[in-house]
Structures are given as C-alpha cells and as structure tokens.
Design a protein around this ligand. Structure first.
Ligand code: ZN
Length: 130
C-alpha cells in the first residue's frame, strides 16, 4: 500500500476509504446538531430547567447550530460529488487532490497548493470565501 503520494487520482479502494471518512464526519455532524438543538430546546422551554438561559449564551448557541448546519451541507455536497468522476480533482487547477488530503478533509474541492494560494488572495482582498 502506498498512500504517501500526493496528487495521484484516487484508486477505487481509496475512494471507498474517503467515502467512509466522509460518512463518519457526516454522522458526527448530525449528532452535534442534535445535541445543540436539544440544548436550545431546553433553553427555550419556559417550563424546563433552562440550563442555557444565561444571557449572552443564547446567540452563541444559535450561531453554533448555524455553523454546524452549514458544515453538514458542505459534507452532503461532498457526498453527492463523490459519485461524480470529477470528485477528487482540484476545481481550480484540475490536478488530483490526492488521497492523503481527501481522507483528512473529504469535502476539499481544492488541492493543497490552490488552497494556500486562494487563502493568500482572500487574505489580501479581505474577502471571505468558504
Ligand atoms: Zn489546485
């Protein structure tokens, strides 16, 4: 097994491993959203013990749920892309992203080099891009 190479197209076995990694992250994200939603429900329940009712924590809880949902959406988009031939190719330079990076962050649409370059561009323009 040689997974040390970067920038190689995925083998069928690697694709399966990336799918597993993606599904693990998806399940974890769903679990987190459930926990956060439960916490919010308890906060908003006037008859409950409302452990999250402390002022100032409400907005951060809502923000956390929003962030978790946005991340879930990113993962779901990646799961859709996984079945498409172009999955695993950088959307900027079209080079293979590589197994090592995809198994770590299956939602990647950019190779490592492009991610750095885009981040540098965004930083200098002060524009936020996911
Ligand atoms: Zn690239």
């Amino acid at each position: 097994m040689d997974h040390q190479h970067h920038g190689q197209p995925l083998t069928p076995l690697e694709r399966l491993q990336v799918r597993d990694a993606l599904q693990d992250r998806w399940r974890e994200q769903v679990r987190q959203i459930t926990l956060l939603s439960l916490a919010r429900y308890e906060r908003d329940d006037p008859n409950g013990s409302a452990p999250f009712a402390t002022s100032g924590q409400g907005t951060s809880l809502d923000a956390a749920i929003d962030r978790a949902r946005a991340r879930l959406e990113v993962l779901e988009q990646a799961m859709c892309r996984l079945d498409v031939r172009s999955y695993g190719s950088c959307r900027r330079c079209r080079e293979p992203i590589g197994f090592a990076r995809l198994v770590e962050t299956p939602e990647s649409t950019l190779c490592e080099r492009c991610t750095r370059e885009v981040a540098a561009l965004n930083h200098s323009n002060d524009v936020g891009v996911a």
